[in-house]
Design a protein around this ligand. Structure first.
Ligand code: MF3
Ligand code: CO
Ligand code: CO
Length: 256
């Protein structure tokens, strides 16, 4: 069942999504060589609690931490750890979900740690473009397949692959609601998009093959070929005119 949000619910979605976005802005200056992903987890956790919200990942189906931290060959759902210490040249995705006034807001960004190889920077930039162009297809009457088709075309024409096992999702009172937003597809196919829907677009793009390798902790997802992987995520609201990006950061505006 796909929930259409009322004006009141949209107001609350705006608040939680603005907070989630502000966590990514807040954490950026801490992302440096020598910092552990557990330190990043604690900083994000404390920031979210201080803003009267709860970090949705904490205890979600048993997830042990407050944010997901996914470096390099980790596709998604990396678990913060004092043993994972950032080093020059790494990339790190931080995925933040906040629960505020009974609504979830979900966003992530892939950060650079020091000086990153230009080939990897290109992967990250193309992944951002995939998310942005996916968002641009959204309007009432469009289909979910339109989003996937655009993302797949951009990623594959750059020589990369799109992860299919993990998807975007409706979001609101629940962390993961219908519909699923698959990041590959065919234009005109899939669920028809309606005004008042809120969902995420969060493509995971691999430098090598799309194949995933779930680790024994049952959370960490690596690329099977250990090539590096990038991701960006926004929560969007469908309006008459298109998509409003609820998790847009102020410093990000110029890119859209
Ligand atoms: N935030 C992730 C998403 O974009 C989900 C993380 S589930 C968790 O859907 F349990 F790992 F937090
Ligand atoms: Co999400
Ligand atoms: Co997320």
């Amino acid at each position: 069942m796909i929930k259409i949000k009322s004006n009141r619910e949209i107001g609350l979605m705006r608040k939680t999504c603005t907070l989630a976005a502000s966590v990514l802005s807040y954490i950026e200056p801490f992302i440096k060589p020598g910092v552990s992903t557990e330190e990043i987890n604690v900083l994000c956790h404390d920031y979210i609690i201080k803003h009267d919200a709860y970090p949705s990942p904490l205890d979600y189906h048993g997830f042990p931490k407050s944010v997901c931290t996914s470096p390099n060959e980790v596709i998604c759902h990396g678990i913060p750890s004092p043993d994972v210490i950032l080093k020059d040249g790494d990339i790190l995705n931080i995925d933040v979900t906040t629960y505020l006034n009974k609504f979830h807001g979900d966003t992530n960004k892939t950060f650079y740690v020091g000086n990153v190889d230009p080939k990897i920077k290109e992967l990250v930039e193309v992944t951002y473009k995939c998310m942005r162009e996916g968002i641009k297809t959204v309007r009432p009457g469009a289909h979910v397949g339109d989003i996937g088709a655009v993302i797949q075309a951009i990623a594959e024409s750059a020589g990369y692959s799109v992860v299919e096992e993990y998807c975007g999702h409706g979001i609101g009172r629940e962390f993961h609601e219908d519909p699923q937003i698959v990041h590959v597809g065919i234009k005109g196919k899939g669920v028809k998009i309606k005004k008042g829907m809120t969902f995420t677009i969060e493509p995971m793009i691999n430098f090598g093959s799309k194949e995933c390798d779930l680790q024994k902790d049952d959370w960490t997802v690596l690329t099977k070929d250990r090539s590096w992987s990038a991701q960006f995520e926004h929560t969007i609201l469908v309006t008459e005119r298109g998509a409003e990006i609820l998790t847009l950061r102020p410093e990000e505006n110029e890119n859209f």
